[in-house]
Write a protein that binds this ligand. Structure first.
Ligand SMILES: Cc1cc2nc3c(=O)[nH]c(=O)nc-3n(C[C@H](O)[C@H](O)[C@H](O)COP(=O)(O)OP(=O)(O)OC[C@H]3O[C@@H](n4cnc5c(N)ncnc54)[C@H](O)[C@@H]3O)c2cc1C
Length: 306
């Protein structure tokens, strides 16, 4: 097999992949980061909860990250999409959409997840702008507002209790059968939370700001923002699956606590393993796996000639 072109090839340039690139670059590793440029949070206007960067736009976060990485000459970044990885003799050949191939000693998959929204007319327009999946990310901005909670089944009860931490003015929209027990329904009603089980005709908004939820029977409920429970998230990349990595119970790829999969030398970090790491969590995982890989490479190289 040919000689490695890089110590580490990182697939995916969100906070997980870029953070791994930073610590590996600082460890004098030859790193290639390949990114398709479609981060999960691209739909949102502002990101919250990352210390020193609270309220930053996703673009600004990415621009600053790239700018800081360019200082490290052993780190290169390519805009491309990885379509296949072959493994032979503990080396990995990474093939991209544009027909290029690279050989890495270790590979980090940080490709994140993709969200698939339920087919409610108007939902796409408000998703990430005034209807969100995560209250820790966007709850504070909508505290005490009249909020919609979208979801059904027993899990929506716990989700609604969580959202009630930010606002008590809640209406739960189940968009069809609520699938709630009598006691769950009573519990929500006791806290003045109504459950609306009519089918949703559409969501009305202006510039992404939710105004009302309209039912098929014509009833209109004014709400200014909302949280959605059942966003169906799937892997952005099936490459780890193709290499034999099993899924965990979050729908992420199974790894050990340091991001290592069952395939030696192949790591998965960020949303691709935890389903929803958040920016700070993903960056933390990137840092940790970068340190872990550098330790491994140091050990492997210590007794090598030259
Ligand atoms: C609407 C919304 C709002 C959010 N708001 C917040 C918030 O305010 N605060 C917060 O902490 N978190 C927020 N999150 C969560 C946060 O965006 C994710 O947890 C975080 O981005 C995960 O980072 P990651 O690096 O694992 O994946 P991502 O950021 O999704 O990055 C993955 C990267 O991999 C690339 N990629 C995928 N496949 C390939 C391939 N085959 N080849 C090359 N590249 C590939 C993609 O193009 C992408 O750039 C939000 C999420 C959503 C959906």
């Amino acid at each position: 097999m040919a000689q490695p072109t890089h110590d580490v090839v990182i697939v995916g340039g969100g906070p997980a992949g870029m953070s791994a690139a930073l610590v590996l670059g600082r460890s004098r590793r030859k790193v290639l980061l390949i990114d398709a440029g479609t981060p999960r949070n691209a739909v949102t206007l502002h990101s919250h909860g990352f210390l020193t960067r609270d309220g930053i736009t996703p673009k600004e976060f990415r621009d600053i990250s790239i700018q800081q990485l360019t200082k490290y000459e052993s780190v290169s970044i390519e805009q491309d999409s990885v379509i296949r990885i072959d493994t032979e003799e503990n080396l990995y050949t990474i093939h991209t959409q544009s027909g290029l191939s690279y050989i890495g000693k270790k590979v980090i998959i940080a490709t994140g997840m993709k969200d698939h929204l339920p087919s409610i007319p108007g939902l796409q327009e408000v998703y990430g702008k005034s209807v969100f999946p995560c209250p820790y990310c966007d709850g504070w901005e909508h505290r005490d507002e009249p909020l919609a909670v979208f979801g059904q089944g027993e899990k929506v009860v716990d989700f609604t209790k969580l959202i009630a931490n930010w606002s008590r003015d809640l209406l739960v929209f189940t968009n069809g059968p609520m699938n709630l027990s009598v006691s769950d329904l009573k519990e929500l009603n006791t806290h003045n939370i109504g459950v609306i089980d009519g089918h949703i005709k559409g969501i009305l908004s202006t510039n992404g700001v939710l105004e009302s939820v309209i039912l098929e029977d014509g009833e209109v409920f004014k709400r200014s923002a909302g949280f959605i429970m059942n966003v169906d998230a799937t892997q952005s990349s099936t490459i780890p699956e193709m290499l034999g990595v099993p899924y965990n119970h979050h729908g992420g790829y199974e790894t050990d606590p340091h991001g290592l999969t069952c395939v030696p030398g192949l790591y998965v970090i960020g949303d691709a393993t935890h389903a929803f790491s958040g920016l700070a969590g993903a960056a933390g995982e990137g840092y940790e796996v970068g340190v872990s890989i550098n330790h491994k490479l140091v050990k492997e190289e210590w007794n090598m000639p030259g």
